[in-house]
Design a protein around this ligand. Sequence first.
Ligand code: ATP
Length: 135
Amino acid sequence: MKTIKVSVVTPDGPVYESDVEMVSTKAQSGELGILPGHISMVAPLQIGVVRLKKNGQTDLVAVSGGLLEVRPDQVTILAQAAELASEIDIDRALRAKERAEQRLNVQQAEHIDFKRAELALQRAINRLAVTEKRI
Ligand code: ATP
């Protein structure tokens, strides 16, 4: 089976490096499936899950947005933050979700940045989804 090299990199360093058979994720323009030999492209990513298929198993990485670069033999994902399912602290994600929901539930408050709270909520939900593998 043909493979393609994948690196998921954050400002703190590499999170995932492996040769995989397929990468799938959500770009801002929609779902993307990348197989070895895919044409070169660059696409902004949503907060979402990157699925990495190899040897009949699928590794899941939660990414908090970023940039996907595809070359025929290499996929690079540059993300603000990214975690493997096994690295996610569920209690921390639950606390972040609760904080964000509380902020969003306040009807009107000049001191609350709703966009920021909405993104924090999406990151938390994404992390929880990855740990529950219901994606
Ligand atoms: P929090 O409010 O809990 O910090 P956040 O969404 O604001 O959540 P980020 O700014 O996206 O956090 O990430 C900061 C750093 O913490 C990154 O290195 C990220 O990988 C890590 N991180 C955030 N939440 C978790 C989590 N639930 N489990 C493991 N690592 C996490």
